[in-house]
Design a protein. Structure first.
Ligand code: 3PG
Ligand code: MG
Length: 397
């Protein structure tokens, strides 16, 4: 696999450096509620600034259809400037007349953030004219947005073909860590996949059962598999129309020799809120007006037992509605068990995805895992063994 050029190979002094970062961060009441993605791009920005480059940040925010203030990157400027410890010059458009003026006026070592690239349809279309317009503002291109590398967009892929292209430090770290964990993993390998819906991770599950030895399914998507086995899941989140697909995935797993672990018990409640009246039931005893909101203690014990038999864990998606206590119990218990085994050198564990990062932080184990990726979709595609366009474009020919 050809290697990448990194910042070690780049001549940065006096250069206009277009840096693609992922600033698609969660917001609550107008403020950034989790700064992980911002924190991860700080080293690359600082290094370019210290080496005398002008840092010109390109990023997307949300999925706007055209310009819309709700998705303006202006709202992340305070958190970014705070993380960097230096001012950030905001420019209201990523192409056009304003950006070149602001860039020309900036000094070497200063940091500019250009407005949401997705305000132009050309970004997602990877439109050659739009790529050219972006490229006109830079001398070199650095991609530090691993978490957007599954998109073949102008700012994540197209630019790498027009300008000398380099991987940023976070891009490098993500690729190194995920390759170590997933390309040639110590076996047996267990994947833990949770989250709300089977439909969003269908392809992943189908591909994964051919790659891993054990697949533990949690969260709402476990209900779809349980229902497909004929188990009554009451009012639980469940995609009944995917029963046939779930059965096909189980058959594929069996053929591939992959063991599927589904919950054997659950925490159920009648209301979807924190601390409702709840009870622990065996799977099969869920009342018609009850919802499964977390895996139960026996299910946790089964997963933990399995952790002692595997050597690598890749994890995306929580076991329950972890944002509502006590339905964080299974996720926290498994996270702690994984962390303990990583600390003892018995396990390699890589976790990724927005909710998953939040869950690992909540469990207090993010620092203990082998690696925690900021990527969601890109992490899943990497888990499946797919090539990521943003990464491929950086490989040296
Ligand atoms: C993410 O949040 O997963 C990345 O920033 C990619 O965003 P997208 O799914 O809107 O392309
Ligand atoms: Mg996403």
């Amino acid at each position: 696999m050809p290697a990448f050029r990194t910042l070690d190979d780049a001549d940065l002094a006096g250069k206009r450096v277009l840096v693609r970062v992922d600033l698609n961060v969660p917001m609550e009441e107008g403020r950034v509620s989790d700064t992980t993605r911002i924190d991860r791009v700080v080293p690359t920005i600082r290094e370019i600034a210290q080496k005398g480059g002008k840092v010109i940040l390109l990023a997307h925010f949300g999925r706007p259809k055209g310009r819309d203030e709700k998705n303006s990157l202006r709202q992340v400027v305070p958190a970014l400037a705070h993380a960097l410890g230096q001012p950030v010059i905001f420019v209201g458009d990523c192409i056009g007349t304003e950006a070149p003026k602001a860039i020309a006026a900036a000094k070497n070592g200063e940091v500019l953030l250009l407005e949401n690239t997705r305000f132009h349809a050309g970004d997602e279309k990877n439109d050659p004219d739009f790529v050219k317009a972006l490229a006109a503002n830079g001398d070199i291109y650095v991609n530090d947005a691993f978490s957007a590398a599954h998109r073949a967009h102008a700012s994540t892929e197209g630019l790498a073909h027009l300008l000398p292209a380099y991987a940023g430090r976070t891009m490098q770290a993500e690729i190194e860590a995920l390759s170590a964990g997933l390309d040639n993993p110590a076996r047996p390998v267990m994947a833990i996949v949770g989250g709300a819906k089977v439909s969003t991770k269908l392809e992943l599950l189908g591909n994964l059962v051919e790659k891993v030895d054990v697949l533990a399914i949690g969260g709402g998507m476990a209900n779809t598999f349980l229902a497909a086995r004929g188990i009554n899941v009451g009012k639980s989140l469940c995609e009944h129309d995917l029963a046939q697909t779930a059965r096909e995935i189980e058959a594929k797993a069996e053929a591939a020799g992959c063991e599927i672990l589904l919950p054997v018990d659950a925490l159920v409640a009648r209301e979807f809120k924190a601390h409702p009246g709840h009870r622990v039931v065996s799977i099969g005893e869920v009342g018609p007006d009850e919802m499964i909101l977390d895996a139960g203690p026996l299910s946790v014990a089964e997963v933990v037992l399995k952790l002692d038999k595997v050597r690598t864990v890749v994890w995306n998606g929580p076991f329950g509605a972890f944002e509502l206590p006590p339905f964080d119990t299974a996720t926290v218990a498994v996270a702690k068990a994984v962390a303990e085994r990583v600390r003892d050198g018995r396990l390699v564990a890589v976790a990724g995805g927005g909710d998953t990062v939040a869950a690992m932080n909540h469990a207090g184990v993010a620092e203990d895992l082998t690696y925690v990726s900021t990527a969601g979709g890109a992490f899943l595609e990497w888990m499946e063994g797919k090539a990521l366009p943003g990464v491929e474009a950086l490989r040296k020919a």
